[in-house]
Write a protein that binds this ligand. Structure first.
Ligand code: DGJ
Length: 723
């Protein structure tokens, strides 16, 4: 039984074969967080004993030391002096709550969340704990789902107004865990456009630390993820406690270390600029948070998140299938193309073994630069005299699939859509509009806007008979105001936008179940489990430089599997950095994601095209292993001049190891790289050299990586078990 309830001790024990998560009701009222970590049979110790001693101030409502107790659903106001999960402004203006146990239920499976993406969980079991504040009638349902096969607990909170007067939620987070004083460091993923998800590790100190977004998107700057552990945690050793969120909008991920060294880790919708009115009888559903425990360091944590994503979050035809090798015309032509140029590129792509041709920005309206036409999803006949269908028929005729770029959430002031509906964008009437990339954001909280997007995108997809869609989003939100909401509800806009987005994504992706969708936000500006639920891959970054990509993909792999990371070989010198790296290196790094090209193949010399043809054959042969194998980070680009990672097949009979040097250094010895995840008892043959090594040898002594001759050299090994 994954969830055991002991009425005698009032203890809920959530467990699988490896982890335990224990909640205890104290005084029959408060759900106290008693334990999370390696599987235990039970915890007998009395949590009160430990915390009572520390109680000094003595002004709690029920004479319980709420300020020092680790809690499951802390609220401010009745004794706890830390920031809590929930803040509800009541009719009298006060916001104290005294949330006490009301009832509970243990369910087989895991209910889906209404209007929000969530992980499937037919195999899971779910505890629903109901708490209630008698005074206001505010009730909450805390849900915890535990899976037999992954060490992740999915949590969410639903708030219900059972009272007789309206209340306003000013904060409603998804999860809170009060961790005892065993955590000394915090790892997050921070960055910017073109350098997303860089690993940052810092010591935990008293006070608040964490990451957040207020941009209306999960953002380039911060990923909804944080991992706590001791300073001795490595990629392979040590206990890690990580939180992530299935949400694509503004979020808050915070750790508060109190005076007793207890670390309160919380994650959820960003409370800044948020409020939500609940009339009597209304409820509010928070997004889902994932709590991951690993006893095997950061690599162990990542594999749990990868399995969560692959088995339970991504959906549809492509969730576990091989992905078409694509060429995208963006860096090949930008806006300067016509049908002939595209067909020339497509023919060349076909010749080297590419499967899918993607037409990026600039095919609609009169968009010759980035200052017009978003919203007008009509074919630009100047560039495509035969329309999308004419082009698509010819691409299909070449034996390629056809893909198309959209940026459906945006509107250009220079567009017919804007001229017809100037109020459809997010704006404050009477104030100047703040454009970014010459565009404004459509107000997805409005039904008519959502319907327009669904219809316009669907019509263009049908017209173009498309096999693939790149769903882009190139700016963040400000000047927040919706003409569809009254003044008391404007702070609902951010979340209503995301709910509107999810409704659109659900409609479009289910209308086109055979289409492969890739999400994008100026590169990796919305790389989160929420988007992964609808679209199995996402463009990882606009930075296609192989050396920068090592860092970006290394950081991204902390949470997301290889099969989600769009990664392409682009031209040199690189368009974002001006750096030149060898083709073999660009390809080896792109094989750490969903593989493709983003360059003008027609300009490459024959030798490079021949090499690309060989590379494509290799990728196709290795794709199941590269995309869906067990992934291990071996060497961190954040710690030195080298990056290494590997994928191992489920039966541990095959592996691909990639090693990339940074700028070459003189007078360096060849490197020994210990591998992971192999079978120690097996012998492995390196396909290229024919040399045979023991699995034990490879995981202890390591594989010898040749010295770098030249900058940014990559080496790849394909190891196959010998019978
Ligand atoms: C941003 C994306 O990340 C790029 O790949 C490209 O699609 C441009 N937008 C087009 O405007």
């Amino acid at each position: 039984m994954p969830i055991l309830y002991s009425p005698e001790n009032q203890v809920f024990h959530l467990q699988n074969d490896r982890i335990s998560y224990i909640i205890r009701l104290v005084a029959g009222k408060y759900p106290i967080h008693q334990y999370w970590g390696k599987k235990v049979r039970a915890i007998h110790a009395d949590v009160m004993e430990r915390c009572c001693n520390q109680q000094e101030e003595g002004f709690t409502l029920h004479e319980l030391p709420l300020d020092t107790l680790p809690q499951e659903c802390p609220v401010f106001g009745c004794g706890d002096m830390r920031q809590g999960m929930l803040e509800v402004r009541q009719a009298d203006g006060s916001s104290a709550l005294d949330l006490c146990y009301d009832s509970h239920e243990i369910l087989k499976g895991k209910p889906a969340l209404k209007g929000l993406p969530s992980a499937r969980g037919e195999e899971a079991e779910t505890l629903v704990l109901r708490l209630r504040d008698e005074h206001s009638g505010v009730a909450v349902e805390l849900s915890y789902s535990v899976y037999p096969d992954i060490d992740v607990i999915a949590r969410n909170m639903r708030v219900v107004n059972d009272g007789e007067q309206a209340v306003v939620l000013e904060r409603a987070l998804s999860a809170c865990v009060d961790l005892e004083n065993t955590h000394t460091q915090l790892t997050t993923l921070s960055g910017a456009w073109a350098r997303e998800r860089q690993m940052v590790t810092r010591p935990l100190v008293p006070g608040h630390q964490g990451v957040e977004s207020v941009r209306g998107a999960s953002s380039h700057q911060a990923c909804p993820f944080m991992a706590l552990g001791k300073s001795t945690v490595t990629e392979d050793e040590g206990e890690v406690y990580a939180l992530s969120l299935c949400y694509s909008g503004s979020f808050w991920a915070d750790v508060f270390v109190d005076c007793n060294d207890m670390a309160r880790a919380q994650i959820g919708i960003q409370p800044f600029q948020f409020s939500w009115e609940l009339k009597p009888g209304d409820s509010f559903q928070t997004p889902e948070a994932y709590l991951c425990y690993s006893a095997n360091g950061l690599n162990g944590m990542s594999r749990e998140f990868h399995h969560l994503c692959g088995r339970y979050i991504t959906r549809g035809k492509y969730a576990h299938a091989s992905r078409p090798l694509l060429v995208n015309n963006w860096e090949a032509t930008y806006f300067d193309f016509n049908e002939d140029k595209l067909l020339e590129l497509a023919a060349c792509a076909k010749d080297v073994g590419i499967d899918l041709f993607v037409l990026d920005d600039g095919w609609f309206g009169h968009r010759d630069v980035d200052n017009s036409s978003l919203g007008d999803w009509v074919d630009d006949r100047r560039k495509l005299p035969n329309g999308l269908r004419g082009l698509s028929d010819k691409i299909h005729g070449l034996g390629l699939k056809f893909g198309l770029w959209f940026e459906p959430e945006m509107i250009s002031p220079d567009s017919d859509l804007y001229r017809a509906h100037p109020d459809w964008c997010i704006h404050i009437p009477g104030r100047m509009q703040v454009e970014s990339r010459h565009q404004l954001v459509l107000d997805l909280s409005r039904k008519e806007v959502r319907e327009y997007i669904i219809d316009a995108v669907s019509a263009a997809m049908e017209r173009g008979n498309v096999d693939y869609v790149k769903w882009d989003m190139n700016r963040n939100m400000n000047m927040l105001h919706s003409d569809g909401l009254d003044s008391a509800h404007q702070k609902e806009l951010n979340h209503r936008y995301i709910l509107g987005l999810y409704e659109i994504l659900e409609a479009v992706t289910s209308r086109f179940p055979d289409v492969l969708f890739e999400s994008c936000a100026g590169g990796g500006g919305r790389f989160d489990f929420g988007m992964m639920h609808y679209m199995p891959q996402a463009w990882c970054s606009d930075d296609t430089d192989a050396f920068m990509r090592c860092r970006i993909q290394y950081g991204t792999s902390m949470v997301f599997p290889v099969s989600t990371m769009g990664a392409h070989v682009s031209a040199v010198p690189n368009h974002q950095m001006g750096r030149s790296t060898p083709l073999a290196t660009r390809a080896a790094v792109a094989m750490g994601g969903t593989y493709g090209y983003e360059l003008d193949l027609t300009r490459l010399p024959k030798e490079e095209l021949d090499e690309i043809r060989r590379l494509n054959e290799k990728v196709k042969a290795l794709q199941p292993l590269l995309l869906y194998g067990e992934f291990y980070r071996l060497c961190s680009p954040f710690e030195g001049n080298k990056t290494a990672f590997m994928s191992v097949s489920e039966d541990r009979c095959e592996a691909v190891v990639t090693h990339v040097y940074g700028p070459a250094e003189p007078n360096r010895q060849p490197v020994l790289l210990p591998l992971r995840g192999l079978d120690a008892e097996k012998e492995y043959r390196d396909v290229e050299s024919g040399r045979v090594y023991g699995g034990d040898e490879l995981m202890t002594h390591g594989l010898t990586i040749p010295r770098a001759w030249g900058d940014y050299m990559a080496t790849q090994f394909h190891l196959v078990a010998v019978d």
